[in-house]
Design a binder for this molecule. Sequence first.
Ligand code: ADP
Ligand code: MG
Length: 461
Amino acid sequence: MQGIWEDFLKIVNQEAGSRVVDTWFKAVSLYQWDAINRIVYLLAPNTFVKDWISGNYVELIQTHLSRLLHVKMLKVVFIDGSKKNSKHAVCEKDDIPSMVPARLDRSKNSVVKKSIARGSCYINANYNFDNFVEGPSNSLAKAAAQAITQKPGILYNPLFIYGGSGLGKTHLLHAIGNCIKKASKKTSILYQTADRFVNEFINAIRFDKIHKFQAKYQTVDVLLVDDIQFISNKDQTQEAFFHIFNTLYDSNKQIVFSSDTFPQNINGLAERLRSRLSCGLVTDIHMPSLETKVAILKTKAKLNKEELPDEIAYFIASCVESNIRELEGALIRVSAFASLTNQPISLELAKKVIKRKEEIKKTNSIDFQNIVKCVYKRYNFDIADLRSKKRNKKLSFARQVTMFLMKKLTDRSLRDIGIFLGGRDHSTVVHALRKIKKYAVSNHSFVEQLRQMEHEITRGL
Ligand code: ADP
Ligand code: MG
């Protein structure tokens, strides 16, 4: 029997992918085969896994297991391992229960609620509205963020903030959290990045903690989800998130999302989740004007108890055109140099630190889009292809080259690269870098191709 189940897993691996096998099917075992009545009993570790598989894969199970067991048709009965004396769920082709996560029992909810209320909400106290400088590029997003703190769950729900990297989305999410927390200590607020949400979900399934996982999210008053685009192409996580969203939304709990792009542009997102994301207020943040950049620099300097004369602030602001994170980085470099060499911050000093303005511009403004454009020119795959799940040979190669160039030409992390390219894991990026390096060792024309692409990307700025 064990051999049959293993053969079956291999087939599912080919048909549905290794992620489905690892996440769901490996948790299940073939408990018993009743050859007389043609019933196969599958043991699932908990209700969640049982509901998911019975809701999504019964047909696949019936098709392949009946072939492997040499019968025309069979019944599938799931045993919920978490319930003693569990009532078996019988699933036949036309009798597939829909996936509805088990409702939470009140007593368990209150335990989780208490633990969140005690403060495990991951909010960074340093990011608030007072130190978020407003300008035309972000005023709408800031106004909406402040508005929802007055009446969480009532005004704009969900609030969806999108914009490029380093433009203040995370700052605003924390500011919302801090502001609501200040107004009402009782309100439970949870900030979470979508990639941590995905990991938590996978671990919850692996360690049979799905109940705790759901309770953690479904019992908060305010849920702040950062970089939601990371959930793209993660079907099971999207499903779980969809139910959490509905529970919170139906009980007027406030939900806020941030993303690098607007909902319609997030690839690999189930349509019904996409429509949920955009059913409230969608607002964006752009790169700020010179004046706003100067104001941000002065605010940051003040927080560090430093005086930053206008002319120096203007100089630094005019050197950095990519995003505010880089702007902060430039200020930190200038002030670190001043303090290490025991000098006051002056324009000469700033110029010395930010010596070659052109060079700074170059490294700062190579962003992912430049690289994507160049890859498109060379391989004819656009951003939607690169972010898709498709894995034909040519596309996979172009995607790996993209990862390689992103790592080499920008200072973005492997995680950022993976997120940008369709919510892929950091280990996928590591694998791509290795492959490209290995390929380059034995292929001189490819090395030349890479060199030309790098040249095009940096020259095109
Ligand atoms: P994102 O989440 O959009 O990538 P972050 O919120 O992490 O960007 O912002 C990057 C840095 O820039 C943070 O240190 C943040 O405090 C700062 N920042 C961004 N926008 C502003 C702003 N309008 N005023 C002050 N600081 C800002
Ligand atoms: Mg962020």
